[in-house]
Ligand binder design. Sequence first.
Ligand SMILES: Nc1nc2c(ncn2[C@@H]2O[C@H](COP(=O)(O)OP(=O)(O)O)[C@@H](O)[C@H]2O)c(=O)[nH]1
Ligand SMILES: [Mg+2]
Length: 354
Amino acid sequence: MALSIGIVGLPNVGKSTLFTALTRKGGLAANYPFATIDPNVGIVDVPDERLGKLAEIVNPGRIVPATVEFVDIAGLVKGANTGEGLGNQFLANIRETDAILEVVRYFSDPDVVHVEGRVNPADDVETINTELILADLGTLEKALPKLEKEAKRDKDLLPRLEIARKLEAWLNEGHRAIQMEMTDEERDAAHDLFLLTMKPVMYVANVDEDKVAATLDEIDGQRPIPICAQIEAELSELDAAEAAEYLESLGLERSGLETLAQAAYQLLGLQSYFTAGEMEVKAWTVPVGAKAPQAAGVIHSDFERGFIKAEVASYDDYVELGGEAGCKAAGKLRMEGKDYVVQDGDVMHFRFNV
Ligand SMILES: Nc1nc2c(ncn2[C@@H]2O[C@H](COP(=O)(O)OP(=O)(O)O)[C@@H](O)[C@H]2O)c(=O)[nH]1
Ligand SMILES: [Mg+2]
């Protein structure tokens, strides 16, 4: 399953421009059959230059990057929680995503109308936050009486009831749910409430062309990622060589898609490990801290169930020593057991028995 990220923001901030740029031909994952079914959903490859380096060593039949799904979510305006704009439709769309990418207007173009009549990122972020928080309070208002009744019969529901009450008070103070301090158990219980503000948010500042390299002030405790949707749109129409040249002329090392994919991985606590064989070189996504059997399970549940051990080389060793044979000869191919904590970039081969 691809990681799913919902793009939200006020109207006219550049959501669709960014979405189209991210998902146009070049970015669109080629081997994904469902990529074009819903015009608001695009599945893109996560660029990772390490895949190319591994492929130079093993000459695989194909390279398979990790993918991220972006959803262009329309309809977030003031009052959306009560059904303004596309109201409930947008709420349902956000509910299905793993994380929220919030586009905030920083660009100054007087030809593009701002819904509130002025460019004010902090205010806009607050407007969206308020809508999401109000929507969650509505959810809790409906859930609480039901939970109270059911928890009398089913004691297992008590933790959920308790966290729902705590969260209601917290949200009423104007905070997002994810910002509340919780124990792991409380967090699990809170996830069962399906609140929008339990999702991690990354703020993307849609800036003027000359500000793409700027460091921006924090908003809501986070530093927004500067992107120029217009530049991304232009980049998406160039071939690889032209795009690289254009990026260099702008003083940028990577495209917005690469920056966003990386930021999303960081935000969600994800990392990649690789499998490298004649058939394919492939990136697999696992949470930071995942142990070897869990990583194996991402490939197939049998791999996890019947996990015996993993042969592991670090990415650096693998590249420096020219592959598996070189690692083995140098004593850098490790046999790891079920307690091994996977490291970003590990090249892994699993042994299993079912
Ligand atoms: N100057 C400038 N205009 C932009 C930029 N991004 C989007 N726009 C323009 O802003 C308008 C609204 O963009 P759109 O992507 O449809 O916004 P959405 O309503 O958030 O989906 C369009 O006319 C875009 O061309 C940008 O980075 N700079
Ligand atoms: Mg749009």
